[in-house]
Design a protein. Structure first.
Length: 504
């Protein structure tokens, strides 16, 4: 069967990922003829990166996008959310000020407290929208400078080598193609009993319309999106209730990391309701009422529904072109982004492989390299680094501890608390750790977890180790700056030298 994997992490630690067949049964095994006409449907990371690769290879490229270049990643998802979270991060840093000897010199407010900073959510969200729009314009300018033709409208397949575009400005245009790439992304999942209204019951794409900070925000869903926004709005000053149907927040992540984040959430005053499945959310006179499956209710001023996403694959003419989808509506692809129909490729969230902008971009680049006859390295999820933008952040790469346990691979693991790091002490950082997994026999680094402020930056040395198959000794013997947060990575690697502690 083609690759139809879902979730953040791969299931194994070998080069061949279970569930992947190369190529799909209907695909010919010979190389695809180099294409001269490429049509990309979707202008997100998977689409615009593919368009640039194809254009630089000399192809005639048309990109079709309905909502704006950059797609959801730039306009409603990654860029806006991480901009909002970056603002919240400053509030989190400010909490450490008294410990560092910094005090507020302001005048007490009427309550008698000294708020060091107050959040103007209208300005925050205006800046979020401005930055997203600027990034979209930059992408447009880059595509046009490279000679990519951009069509505003909705594209759909009319057979495997033709795309029909319903133009935004009216009319229909048909574009013939040697190769088509579908990169249409995904949209927030909604529940019939909790339909968003854009005012009180919201999806994450609608949060940026708020002009005032929610007094009490109920976040339904404790996955990555729910956890990120719950943490951000708590830091911005809102009361937050996080409703989780699972035993803990971030159920798909490293257990030690998820436990730490949940503890931090509670310490900061967030109410976390575990094993509590939301059944409905309705408007009240001045807020929302969330009803749980066991009959309990939760009141709030606003409710964020963060219950996953669905692929944007309807209305693409997939059946007409013979492109297969999964039962969830995702487009089936292999490791070079081919679908079941020759000449038709797909990339990004519409494939369900891994919902990361970096993976979408890589899928798009791989697709065009393959279609245009260039050398291709198939997508390898083993070397994908992922980051959760909570405070502290959680960054992971390579095999997870759960996947190692399930696969039966013998491994050694070591973990070091961030609070022991001298640089962390200087910065007033207390919560976090570095954890590495190494093969019990060869010592090759199989994966790692970093929980720390800016963990997304710190994980890169571990990513290099996993990608280049370095051993723990290789990492341990490399110089690090003293003092530095990255020094903890080398220190953890040193503890893995000839140790049997933690071997599995």
């Amino acid at each position: 069967m083609p690759w139809v994997a879902h979730g953040r992490h791969n299931a194994g630690v070998t080069a061949t990922t279970p569930g992947i067949a190369e190529p799909p049964p209907e695909q010919p095994t010979e190389d695809v003829r180099p294409a001269s006409r490429v049509v990309v449907v979707g202008g997100g990371p998977g689409g615009y990166e593919a368009a640039l690769v194809a254009r630089r290879a000399g192809a005639e490229v048309t990109l079709v996008e309905q909502q704006g270049l950059g797609g959801a990643a730039v306009l409603t998802d990654v860029v806006p959310s991480k901009t909002l979270i970056a603002t919240a991060e400053w509030m989190t840093i400010a909490e450490r000020a008294p410990e560092l000897g910094i005090r507020d010199g302001g005048v007490p407010d009427p309550t008698g407290t000294h708020p060091a900073h107050l959040v103007d959510l209208a300005r925050v969200n205006a800046r979020v929208v401005e930055l997203a729009a600027a990034q979209s314009r930059d992408i447009c300018a880059r595509l046009e400078s490279e000679g990519v033709r951009v069509l505003d409208g909705h594209g759909r397949l009319d057979g495997p080598q033709r795309v029909v575009v319903d133009r935004t400005d009216g009319g229909t245009e048909t574009v013939d193609a040697d190769v088509v790439l579908l990169a249409t992304g995904a949209t927030p999942r909604t529940l019939p009993e909790a339909m968003p209204d854009g005012e009180r019951i919201l999806t994450w794409t609608q949060l940026y319309d708020l002009t005032e900070l929610p007094e009490r925000l109920v976040v339904v869903g404790s996955g990555v999106t729910g956890a990120e926004f719950a943490g951000a709005y708590k830091a911005l000053g809102a009361q937050v209730v996080l409703v989780s149907s699972r035993d803990r927040v971030l159920p798909g992540e490293d257990a030690d990391a998820a436990e730490l984040i949940e503890d931090v959430f509670r310490q900061r005053g967030m109410e976390v309701m575990s094993r509590s499945r939301a059944q409905s959310a309705v408007r009240t006179d001045d807020g929302v009422l969330v009803t749980l499956a066991d009959g309990r209710t939760v009141e709030g001023s606003h409710c964020l529904m963060a219950v996953g996403s669905v692929p944007s694959t309807s209305g693409l003419g997939l059946e007409t072109a013979g492109v297969r989808t999964t039962r969830t509506g995702h487009i089936e692809v292999d490791r070079v982004s081919r679908t079941s129909t020759r000449g038709v490729y797909a990339a990004g969230d519409c494939t369900g492989v891994l919902p990361l902008a970096s993976v979408a971009a890589m899928q798009g680049r791989i697709a065009m390299a393959h279609a245009l006859g260039d050398a291709v390295v198939p997508l390898d999820l083993q070397v994908v680094a992922a980051n959760i933008f909570t405070a502290p952040e959680i960054a992971t790469v390579g095999a997870s501890q759960n996947s190692l346990e399930e696969s039966g691979v013998r491994y050694r693991t070591s973990m070091l608390e961030l609070a022991r790091n001298p640089r962390a002490k200087m910065l007033g950082m207390h919560d976090g750790f570095v954890k590495l997994f190494a093969h019990a026999t060869t010592g090759i680094v199989l994966g790692g977890v970093v929980v720390a402020p800016r963990a997304g930056e710190l994980v890169f040395p571990i990513t290099l180790a996993v990608a280049q198959r370095l051993t723990a000794d290789d990492v341990a013997q490399s110089f690090t700056v003293y003092p530095s947060l990255s020094g903890s990575i080398a220190e953890v690697a040193r503890t893995l030298h000839h140790t049997e502690v933690g071997s599995r």
